[in-house]
Write a protein that binds this ligand. Structure first.
Ligand code: GLU
Length: 422
């Protein structure tokens, strides 16, 4: 991905640890507990060969980090990206731990990644890469251990291959080993759009609290992928918002009068990018963050909103569909400017919430309707939003810190009540 503003100098795991320290101070946690919270429990690095279509072999490196399992089996996606690092996966695994805790689902956090450029792999190469990685991490995953899911540049097909590879090794079908699967093999209704849908619910709640209507409000979305395109579609279709700008790794488009996100999606399907959509002007991935709009949705990668550009953000709400788009210094600026941040661990938790529903359905072998899934998702998102806001008001802190206080307190309670082995 060529998001130039993604600074390689910022190590996401350092950010993750700083966020823990801020909350550990507020919760008066002792040194030992801080160390536990800042330490990934289990990390696996695998280097493995993949046969390319031309007959040659290449060695790829992948990671799976299980950050904390005090509250249950670990959960989190797998991403395919050239810039994956172990520290990035650690940060993402830590964020999964807090995310599952903030929406109160019975999981710890994990994440995985392979250093690769999925845009330069054929479908067959991607399948071989996925199956080999699945068998490399097979000893540490499973429905009761650690359950992967899609993330950046992975999807339901990737999950189907992992499920099949794992099942072939076991000798029977194990649908609960991954979530985000196709419906035909034990996936859940509504999982595909769950991240974006959950995000649209908390945007609705926040706008309501701030006293403005989403109907007619202007929305800019950085990253028109798994999460971002769904947020745009749902805010447009269900809440009447005006989508004025969207972007992807190749660049962005803007039209202050708004456009139909479904038409943009069609354009992207045909041409590979949102760029060049008729009737829109070009905008860069940096500029899109600074456009005048009511709601800004960073839905791409980490480290997008920094102390350099936070001052120029003009949105009323920043809803983090991406993981880790905002650095702590930018948070402080947003708080001072009165910009409402809907932090990633809440704003994008709809995905893992419906993953939990999928896993529960797989284990029971009893499946729910789309309505049941969406109603339960809505309940989880609105309740968690209200819990976060209550904490924020109680302690006069910004939303991210409030969400972290809620989440880390839950993880700490689980660690304390279980005690330390032996
Ligand atoms: N990758 C998604 C996330 O970052 C979903 C994880 C899951 O469903 O386990 O939340």
């Amino acid at each position: 991905m060529t998001m130039s503003e993604q600074s390689p100098a910022v190590n996401p795991f350092e950010t993750a640890k700083r966020q823990i320290d801020i909350v550990a101070d507020l919760l008066h946690l002792n040194g030992g507990m801080r160390e536990v919270l800042k330490s990934p429990k289990r990390e696996l690095t695998v280097n493995f060969p993949v046969r390319m279509d031309d007959g040659s072999f290449r060695v790829y490196t992948g990671y799976r980090v299980q950050y904390n399992m005090a509250r249950g089996p670990t959960k989190g996606g797998i991403r395919y990206h050239p810039q994956v690092t172990l520290d990035e996966v650690r940060a993402l695994a830590a964020w999964m731990t807090w995310k599952c805790a903030v929406v109160n689902i019975p999981y710890g956090g994990a994440k995985g990644g392979i250093i690769c450029d999925p845009k330069h792999l054929s479908l067959a190469e991607t399948e071989r890469l996925t199956r080999r990685f699945a068998s490399e991490i097979a000893p540490i995953i499973g429905p009761e251990i650690d359950i992967p899911a899609p993330d950046v540049y992975t999807d339901s097909q990737t999950m189907a291959w992992i499920m099949d590879t794992y099942s072939m090794q076991k000798g029977y079908s194990v649908p609960g080993v991954v979530t985000g699967k196709p419906i035909s093999i034990g996936g859940s209704e509504g999982r595909g759009e769950a991240t974006g849908r959950g995000c649209s619910y908390v945007i609705r709640e926040a706008a309501h609290e701030l006293g403005f209507k989403v109907k007619g409000a202007s929305v800019a979305v950085q990253g028109f992928g798994n999460a971002g395109s769904v947020v745009a579609n749902l805010l447009h279709d269900e809440q009447g918002a005006k989508i004025i700008a969207v972007s992807d790794s190749k660049g962005g488009i803007v039209n202050p009068d708004g456009f139909n996100p479904h038409a943009v999606e069609e354009h992207k399907k045909k041409t590979g990018s949102v760029v060049g959509f008729p009737g829109a002007k070009a905008v860069s991935n940096e500029e899109i963050l600074e456009l005048p709009c009511d709601v800004l949705v960073p839905a791409a990668l980490e480290n997008q909103l920094t102390k350099k550009n936070a001052d120029r953000v003009r949105a009323k709400i920043v809803a983090e569909a991406a993981n880790g788009p905002t650095l702590p210094e930018a948070d402080t600026i947003f708080f001072q400017k009165g910009i409402t941040v809907l932090p990633d661990i809440l704003a994008n938790a709809g995905g893992v919430t419906v993953s939990y529903f999928e896993w529960a359905q797989d284990i029971q072998g009893f499946f729910w309707t789309l309505d049941e899934v969406n109603q339960r998702l809505e309940r989880v998102m609105t309740t968690s939003y209200a819990d976060m806001r209550k904490k924020a008001k109680e302690h006069q802190i910004h939303n991210r810190t409030a969400a972290y206080v809620l989440a880390i307190q839950r993880v700490v309670d689980a660690i304390r009540i279980r005690g330390f082995y032996p």
